[in-house]
Design a protein around this ligand. Structure first.
Ligand SMILES: Cc1cc2nc3c(=O)[nH]c(=O)nc-3n(C[C@H](O)[C@H](O)[C@H](O)COP(=O)(O)O)c2cc1C
Length: 364
């Protein structure tokens, strides 16, 4: 019997906004929703910290007004604690509950969380089984990597264990824990998972332009795809996926960044405390926004995995927006916070060496 479950309907053809520590903050999700996102995920939320009633953790599970399909991602190793947390987040409005099996950060993996948990497929199965009993109706999804390292690519085993435990969908980030972002995502491996499990699979890795989304989805035969850095660099990627590629000019981009400032101030408050917070987020987001580059003049496409040389800039504003150095990011953050005009001539020259690529180590 074919069973077109609701979660399959939700994920079919979807471009899911990935769970991202810091990046999937509530106002940024709202910006992405305004730009066409329909399925969004929270930042990684540690089940035990919810149990400890930590306010900062409860902030992560808050659904935005009108958010149509909001998934909360949980990290934990104890089946009962994960089931309790799943029930809690469902009661607070989560439409999906996702299990983090990919976080590479030592602080978490040392405690057996994230990518370390994926080394224990039987435990994964038990956690999912117990979570399924904890929720009333919210589907349970799991987000995996390909494995711990190239010698332990156990993705099929983990995906099957999760599906056997009752997972309603599997998200596959096509890299191992040790690879971090050094290699390109392996969409053939994602396709193997899609062929191996009876539940919908969402493929994830390196998607930046609409044609890549379509090609990857078809190649891997997965239900939907997920974008992380693509959404941080281009929050309009969701609209673009539906309507086709369009170069978004510098003025239009600045207008979107200003919109984020408004949403963030609404969320964190337009007082001294809130503004300090918002500036820190804006400054952080600018570190991704500066990576935007349009299709090249020769018709080829920039790649997610290589920083595009800034030579493409067609105006002094575009050149400024493409700078990733501290002086430029501070200047832009201050201008955006002050709701002031951005005059490239006023921008300070780069001080010292260019910044490191942001966030490779922030990732959960
Ligand atoms: C800033 C940042 C934070 C992330 N935080 C999380 C997280 O909390 N949970 C998670 O499962 N993955 C997290 N990731 C990984 C992404 O969800 C995604 O799997 C990965 O970036 C690959 O997708 P991409 O190539 O589209 O960026 C994070 C990634 C980034 C860039």
């Amino acid at each position: 019997m074919t069973d077109p479950t609701p979660v399959r309907d939700v994920l079919s053809g979807a471009v899911v906004m990935a769970p991202m520590t810091k990046g999937s903050n509530l106002p940024y999700r709202r910006l992405c929703l305004e730009l066409g996102a329909r399925v969004t995920m929270s930042e990684m939320t540690v089940a035990r910290r919810l149990k400890q009633k930590r306010r900062s953790e409860f902030a992560l599970i808050r659904k935005a007004p009108g958010e149509p399909c909001f998934g909360v991602q949980l990290a934990g190793t104890n089946p009962d604690e994960m089931a309790w947390a799943a029930a809690l987040v469902e009661s607070r409005g989560a439409d999906l509950v996702d299990v983090n099996l990919g976080c590479p950060i030592d602080h978490f993996t040392r405690k057996g969380l994230g990518a370390a948990l994926a080394r224990q497929p039987r435990r994964v199965q038990r956690i999912v089984e117990t979570m399924k009993r904890g929720v009333q109706r919210a589907p349970i999804t799991v987000k995996i990597r390909l494995g711990w390292n190239d010698d332990m690519r156990n993705y099929l085993e983990v995906a099957r264990a999760a599906a056997d435990g009752g997972a309603d969908a599997i998200v596959v980030h096509g890299r191992t824990r040790n690879a971090r972002y050094r290699q390109s995502a392996d969409w053939d491996a994602i396709g193997e998972v899609a062929a191996a499990v009876p539940v919908p699979v969402v493929g994830n890795g390196d998607l930046l332009f609409p044609h890549e989304i379509e090609t990857a989805r078809r190649r891997a035969g997965c239900a939907g795809v997920m974008v992380a850095r693509g959404a941080l660099i281009k929050p309009w990627i969701f609209r673009e996926a539906a309507e086709g590629y369009r170069d978004v000019g510098a003025d239009e981009r600045v207008a979107l960044y200003r919109r984020y400032v408004d949403l963030a101030l609404e969320h964190w408050g337009d007082d001294e405390h809130g503004r300090t917070r918002v500036r820190a987020f804006v400054r952080w987001h600018l570190g991704f926004w500066c990576r935007y580059a349009p299709r090249r003049a020769d018709g080829s496409w920039p790649s997610m995995q290589a920083r595009e040389p800034a030579g493409f800039a067609r105006s002094s504003l575009e050149a400024l927006l493409a700078r990733g150095d501290d002086a430029a990011l501070d200047f832009l953050a201050d201008r955006l916070m002050a709701q002031a005009e951005i005059a490239p001539a006023d921008a300070p020259p780069p001080a010292g060496a260019a910044r490191e690529e942001p966030a490779a180590e922030v990732e959960g």
